[in-house]
Design a protein around this ligand. Structure first.
Ligand SMILES: CC(C)(COP(=O)(O)OP(=O)(O)OC[C@H]1O[C@@H](n2cnc3c(N)ncnc32)[C@H](O)[C@@H]1OP(=O)(O)O)[C@@H](O)C(=O)NCCC(=O)NCCS
Length: 147
């Protein structure tokens, strides 16, 4: 089946809520995601083939974007889907004039670190005790385009 990236539709909300809670312990709700979708700065995209494989949540503000969540469901990992998804999103962002992309990642999240480094992100700062369990975050940065 062909991999497709599409914007979130209302039928995706339960899927997003389930995995935000499962992978990030964000205690989000259907209501919160519905509210987020009213915010023009917040964007969700879903990666699918025959079924949903993962999603990404971004803030896009003028020429900057911040990746808030990226998930590939555990049964579909290590097949290059995360790379495909992010690389395509970075291309879309570049096309719409985004110049800088940032994200936070746990130093213990080796899979995500490897993926982001492969995509050209560099660690630019440490956010002390950023996560609920006291773990620091690496702030990662990627500039898009050459100007
Ligand atoms: C991080 C995540 C999105 C990666 O998705 P994925 O589809 O498995 O990634 P890919 O298959 O495209 O792999 C990309 C690179 O990362 C590496 N990688 C993937 N899983 C890895 C692991 N467990 N340990 C080390 N490297 C790993 C791959 O080896 C690959 O590099 P390579 O091609 O040079 O070998 C996925 O693991 C995930 O959803 N994790 C849970 C949520 C999460 O932590 N999101 C990120 C929050 S910032």
């Amino acid at each position: 089946m062909k991999l497709t990236i599409r914007e979130i539709v209302p039928e995706d909300i339960d899927f997003i809520v389930r995995y935000e809670n499962e992978y990030f312990h964000n205690f989000t709700t259907k209501f919160k995601v519905e509210e987020e979708l009213q915010n023009p700065l917040i964007h969700y995209y879903v990666l699918t083939d025959a079924s949903r494989l993962g999603y990404i949540n971004l803030w896009i503000d003028e020429d900057k974007a911040q990746v808030n969540s990226l998930v590939i469901l555990s049964e579909f990992r290590n097949r290059g889907y995360g790379y495909f998804f992010m690389a395509n999103i970075l291309e879309k962002l570049h096309e719409i004039g985004i110049k800088e992309v940032t994200l936070e990642v746990r130093p213990s999240n080796k899979a995500a670190l490897k993926l982001y480094e492969k995509l050209g992100f560099r660690e630019v700062a440490i956010r002390k005790a950023y996560y609920n369990n006291g773990e620091d975050a690496f702030l990662m940065y990627r500039r898009l385009g050459s100007d």
